[in-house]
Design a protein around this ligand. Structure first.
Ligand code: UD1
Length: 417
């Protein structure tokens, strides 16, 4: 396992470009198997989780050729409809292939997905959605067999929780279902809209993403398409938090400010200067920040759970007390224990974390416990006094491409060991 060594206290200056969104790229790559035609995906960076998805595509018999951040996928000769346990364990989002494979083949065999560090993450809504579309699902010995011998049929599906993954799985399967599918209470995340845009470019009839009902007219012939993945809003939020923590002035390029308005609002309230234009956010921060009103994680457009740890690292050294309420995942405060090693004053009780800002954090040996928690530790280390070693950065590399190089380009003292 590798580590980032960060000497805190250097202010950040310059500009940094945000890469394509991991959470968009994964379902879009799964959607590539819906057609024989070639799909070209731009701004699809070689993140660990993207490369894991590419391994699954290749195992299924698709070709995937990378040229920089562009990935060309052709699934004309799909040979398999099952994904072995070893690949499924690499990341939880591999479950997205259930809907895509069932749409393409009428059947799929997967094991339960791995990659979960955030407490129990059931997939009951994914399975119930596919069953409503007419799929038969048998779960046994850690495996899931999904088949639709008579084809999938469009129907109305109401999600009790607006699950991102379940919404995507149902959208993918519904493109092959006969007739119209309506998803009520779907996730409204920008990544869902991105998936709709890609499916539409492939010839599917999908509308309503981003709103309260998504409609899919199934059974349209799908063809290859070219698509640019939207910028990663959580990576953008990470750079904003990095400037808030270390101080300085940075221009963040290739970002859609509306996608992270809830994070900008919190950082502004804390005293960070944020200026937005069409594809850019300019962030400047100096002096000690102040605490903010309670931060409650919610589905989009609320405050994203993926930014909770990142902003907690900022509030750990702000003046005053900030309360966090984690409403999406049960155990998403493991980074708090690591921040405490750096001198933070944080009390966690169930879904609530109370962060009393200390004057400064100190360098320490800490470990990433999950992707965003790890990014939060990097943010904290940039503003801390002395040297921090953030271990287990493989978690961070699941969703950030060259984070150390980008931060070093802004003047951070960071190296990889
Ligand atoms: C996606 C994102 C992840 C983000 C999360 C919430 C990807 C690859 N990952 O994860 O970065 O943190 O959305 O914004 O896009 N749930 C059930 N049953 C289900 C499905 C979900 O109870 O069948 C629950 C989960 O346990 C969780 C909540 O619903 O408490 C939200 O999960 P969901 O939106 O499905 O998250 P993911 O799609 O896994």
């Amino acid at each position: 396992m590798s580590a980032y060594i960060i000497e805190g206290g250097s202010k950040l200056y310059g500009s940094v470009r945000v890469h394509g969104a991991k959470n968009s790229a994964l379902p879009i790559l799964a959607a590539c198997i819906l057609t024989n035609g070639e799909c070209v995906i731009d701004d699809c960076p070689p993140l660990r989780d993207v490369e894991g998805t590419v391994r699954i595509l290749r195992r299924l018999g698709a070709t995937a050729v990378r040229d920089g951040d562009t990935l060309a996928v052709k699934a004309s000769a799909l040979a398999k409809n099952d994904i072995p346990d070893s690949l499924m364990r690499e990341m939880r989002s591999s479950v997205i292939f259930l809907g895509a494979l069932t749409a393409r083949y009428g059947s799929a065999r997967l094991s339960y997905p791995g990659g979960c560090e955030l407490g129990p993450r059931p997939i009951d809504l994914h399975l119930a959605g596919l069953r409503s579309l007419g799929a038969k699902i048998v779960e046994s010995g850690g495996g899931i067999e999904c088949s639709a011998p008579d084809g999938l049929r469009g129907c109305d599906i109401s999600l009790s929780i607006p699950s991102v993954g379940a919404t995507e799985n149902i959208m993918l399967a519904a493109t092959a279902a006969k007739g119209r599918t309506r998803i009520f209470n779907p996730a409204r995340e920008p990544e869902i809209v991105d998936l709709q845009n890609f499916l539409t470019a492939m010839g599917a009839e999908v509308r309503g993403a981003g709103g309260s009902i998504i409609e899919i007219e199934g059974g349209k012939p799908l063809h290859g398409a070219r698509h640019r993945v939207i910028p990663d809003r959580i990576v953008a939020a990470t750079y904003m938090a990095a400037v808030a923590s270390a101080g300085g002035a940075v221009s963040i390029e290739n970002v859609r400010p509306a996608d992270i308005a809830s994070v900008s609002a919190v950082l502004r309230e804390a005293g960070v200067d944020i200026r937005e234009s069409q594809n850019r956010i300019e962030v400047a921060s100096e002096g000690r920040l102040k605490s903010v009103r309670p931060i409650k994680t919610q589905g989009y457009p609320g405050f994203p759970t993926d930014a909770q740890s990142i902003v907690m690292s900022v509030m750990a050294s702000a003046q005053g007390t900030t309360m966090f309420v984690e409403n999406i995942f049960e155990s998403r405060y493991r980074h708090a224990g690591e921040l405490i090693r750096m001198g933070a004053d944080i009390r966690v009780e169930g879904r609530v974390a109370v962060v009393s800002g200390v004057k400064r954090l100190y360098g320490a040996n800490v470990s990433a416990t999950d992707l965003r928690g790890g990014a939060g530790l990097v943010v904290a280390a940039l503003g801390a006094e002395g040297e921090t070693a953030v271990g287990d950065i493989e978690f961070i590399e699941r969703g950030y491409c060259g984070l150390d190089e980008s931060l070093a380009g802004l003047g951070a003292r960071i190296s990889k060991r």
